[in-house]
Structure formats: C-alpha cells, structure tokens
Design a protein around this ligand. Structure first.
Ligand code: GAL
Ligand code: CA
Length: 356
C-alpha cells in the first residue's frame, strides 16, 4: 500500500490504534517493530514477510504496556512485520481493528481480547479467512479453544500467582509478629480485586487467602472491591477504607501492581504503614520493594509471554509446528503457560532481569 492511500485509509478508520512497521512503504508511528530484512522464511513461498496482526485490550494498563513492548522487541529478531492496535477497552472497536488487519493481509492474529467472551467472534473471522489465532493474557473458555484447530493461547496458570502471593505474605506475617496489630492472631486484610470475571482476578483473590487457611492462619476480610487493575481506582477505594478503618487494616492484598501502587499512595497520604502485596513485578513496584514501601509481588513474566506469543505466531503463520525452535510446552488446553516467580527485596534482581 502506498503512503497516500494509507493516509486516506487511516483517516477512514480513525478507530485504529498504532500501526507499526507494516509493509515496506507504510511505516507510521515512531517505533518500527519490523524484524531484520534478511532472507524470507522457508515456508513463506511468495517471499513476502509474515505479517502479524496484534491487539492489546488497552495500552493504558500498566502490565500490558510491558507485554506490548516485549512483543515489539521480540519481533525485531524475526523477519516479520507487526501491526499492533490499542483496542481502548472497547470490544466492538477491537473487532473492527481485526477486520482492518485482515483486509491488510495479515498472516496470523495475536489477540489480547477486551472481553474473553468475545473469542468466538474472533475465531469466526479467522476461520473465514483461514487464519491462525494466538490469544494471549485473557484466556477464552476451553470449549471455544476446542472449536478451531488453528487457535492457541499464551498466558499463565492464574492459580499459581495467588498461591505464590499467599506464600510470600505468610512467610512475612510469621516473621513479623508486630504486623498483628490487635494481637488477635488473625489477619485483618483488605482486598483490591482486578476485573471481575477475569481468570487472573478470580484465582488470585481466592488462592491468596486460601493459602492462609492452608497454613492454619485465620483471616478476616475487612473490605473487598474491584479496582479494575487500575491505580487511580485503587486509590479511591483505599482512601475510603483507610478513613473508615485505617487503624484496623493489617494487610493490603492487591491482584496486581497497578492497584498496589494506588493503595500505597492512599496509605502514605493517610500516614499509615501497612504491608502491601501486588502481582506483576513491574519496574515501578520493584523500586518500591527496594525502598521498603511495598512488601512483595509476583513476577508476571511479560518478556517470556511476549516471546512465546511471537514465536508461536510466526511458527503457525509459516505452517510449522507451533513450538518449533522453542522450549515451551502446550497443555491440554492448547496453552503455553509461563511460570510466575515470587519477588521480594531478596530477589528483586530476578524480575529486573526480565526488563533488560
Ligand atoms: C493480568 C495482569 C494485570 C492486567 C491484566 C489485564 O495478568 O496481572 O495487571 O494487566 O492481566 O488482562
Ligand atoms: Ca489481627
């Protein structure tokens, strides 16, 4: 596509997000995620570069911004082009973006759904065009994954993050008897939950607390609400909780780091010092862990997930085995699951490594 026709095209599709390194002449945006222009891949007979059409459910999400950068980085070592769009938390918009990418001739879709329930609509579009699909971060239902032979998933085992977060908290709770401020032997906690219905949010909420039970430690939930993965929303909730029962809160459990940062700013403002735990281990939180402001997090390996998405997408676009050239494994749900790692002050460097 020529530059001028692309410009018109972009005007006509204002809803599109960033377009990166697509084709030879139509580069727009400031980053070029095109891979090296060495020889074309074996199974790509026409000699055209593989084009990956990707979406992120919203760029304005702490963790997803790292996963997105990971994808842009991972394509650089491959001979591929990447179109990547911000779906701005709007499922209808994402479906339009997918139509546009298909019209532009992508060879494979890499989709971070806005709403996991929309997976069948994406699969329908892919089927009509005989395109493979790699979903990531928001896992479709098992029956949907079984409805198409060219669909795969890259993510994590959600339960694992809750269990690891629980274990980190229990170790610290045992090592710091003064954390039991009212001395009743119970953990009075508040919970900031991610998006309701999201497998990660549900599993982290359940299994983090279940670990205390498994360890024989009683808990009491003082408050729970969703902060929708978002720092500002978490601050709002936390402001209300600290003003109501700040003295009584002994622990703040957050389904992700964005909300942990939001909770921290509220707690600092109110002048309290309450242990806070998150999940993701994003760089902003690693700094807070080093400064003793956040007690711990769980590494959600954005680099590992991004590499798995790109490797899988390129392999299937080339008609190869999805795992060729990788050390990944597929489980019975056609998913590659990247392991979580518990992070606290003692091993922050492990998480830092993944952002280099
Ligand atoms: C989770 C992550 C959250 C948020 C969410 C979006 O895995 O921990 O911070 O990014 O994905 O789907
Ligand atoms: Ca207590």
């Amino acid at each position: 596509m020529k530059k001028r026709s692309l410009a018109l095209f972009l005007v006509a599709t204002l809803s599109m997000g960033t377009l990166i390194g697509c084709g030879d002449s139509d580069k727009s945006g400031d980053s070029n995620a095109s891979g090296s222009s060495s020889e074309s891949t074996e199974n790509n007979k026409k000699g055209d570069k593989i084009k990956i059409g990707a979406t992120i459910y919203k760029y304005d999400d702490n963790f997803m911004s790292y996963l997105r950068r990971g994808i842009e980085k991972a394509v650089k070592s491959k001979d591929v082009d990447l179109i990547i769009n911000d779906s701005q938390n709007d499922q209808a918009k994402q479906l339009e973006q997918i139509d546009t990418m298909i019209a532009k001739g992508v060879n494979v879709l890499a989709i971070n759904l806005v709403d996991p329930k929309a997976a069948p609509s994406v699969i329908e579009k892919a089927k009509q065009n005989d395109l493979p699909v790699v979903f990531f971060n928001k896992e479709p239902d098992e029956n949907v994954m079984k409805s198409y032979d060219k669909v795969w998933y890259v993510g994590t085992d959600s339960k694992e993050s809750g269990v690891i977060q629980g274990k980190l908290m229990i170790d610290d709770w045992k090592a710091n008897p003064e954390w039991d401020k009212n001395g009743d032997g119970k953990v009075q906690y508040v919970m900031l939950k991610g998006e309701p219905g999201h497998p990660d949010a549900e599993a982290r909420t359940q299994y983090s607390v279940e670990e205390f039970k498994n360890a024989g430690i009683d808990t009491e939930e003082l408050a729970i609400d969703t902060g929708m993965w978002d720092a500002a929303k978490a601050t709002e909730k936390m402001d209300a909780w600290v003003s109501k029962s700040g003295e009584a809160i002994e622990l703040v459990i957050c389904n992700n780091d964005g909300m942990a940062l939001g909770a921290l700013s509220s707690i600092e403002k109110a002048g309290y010092n309450i242990p806070i735990y998150g999940v993701d281990a994003i760089p902003e939180v690693l700094e807070k862990i080093k400064a003793d402001k956040i007690a711990g997090s769980v590494l959600n390996d954005s680099k590992g997930q991004a590499e798995a998405v790109v490797n899988l997408a390129v392999n299937v676009a080339n008609g190869k085995d999805p795992l060729e050239g990788t050390e990944s494994k597929l489980d019975d749900k056609k998913a590659v699951r990247v392991p979580y790692v518990g992070i606290n002050k003692a091993n922050v460097n492990i998480a830092e490594e993944t952002y280099k």
